[in-house]
Design a protein around this ligand. Sequence first.
Ligand SMILES: [Zn+2]
Length: 237
Amino acid sequence: MTGPDPSVTPPARCPICGGGRFVHTPVLWPGLVDEWGLSADEAAYIDAQQGTRCDTCQSNLRSLALALAIMQWAGYAGLFGQFVHDPRHAALRLLEVNEAGTLHHLLRILPGHRFGVYPQVDLMQLPFESGTFDLVVHSDTLEHVPDPRRALEECRRVLAVDGALVFTVPTIVGRLTRSRAGLPQSYHGLAGANDPGMAVHTEFGADVWAFVLAAGFRSCELVPCAFPAGLAIIARR
Ligand SMILES: [Zn+2]
């Protein structure tokens, strides 16, 4: 199936490349929808979050929300594809943990970009000194971490005083967060996946902001893109 998901209206213009055409490829599979306990509407917007993408730059709604949030934090009004080339951002000290979707190849253009993947760079114990970064970015990683509050505290620790964490996590907006402790293992990625690193520990819900504030951040800002399909979070240190 191609063409936009009928239940979600993509933005008129891609905030990353400026493209105006979106396509949809289904991503969720019945077993995951069942484990997650999603209603039909919830499954539709999570599927759009992951599977509705700009036909030009291939960014899905999750990546679009993340780009919007980074630009909102920086006070930048252009396209994300321009943001990374703007000399005003050359001094930005940025940590990206695990590939942030299609933003990865753009973020790495920034001269101050540092990149690490699990397990070498583990959100539960970041191998960096306190106050090292202006911006920490991760995308759909927090749900795979055993203790999300500790991971958020670690992100805050490595941020400079005026820094921020910008991230996405799959969020079901009509219910509260659920731990999968004691439930059968559930994996994201592809049907049949069983990589322990892809196991889901936390299914985030409408109280996702409380995890951010409990970790000590002074604010939690929610940035939508085709809400509720795309949602990114700016957590200011
Ligand atoms: Zn695009």
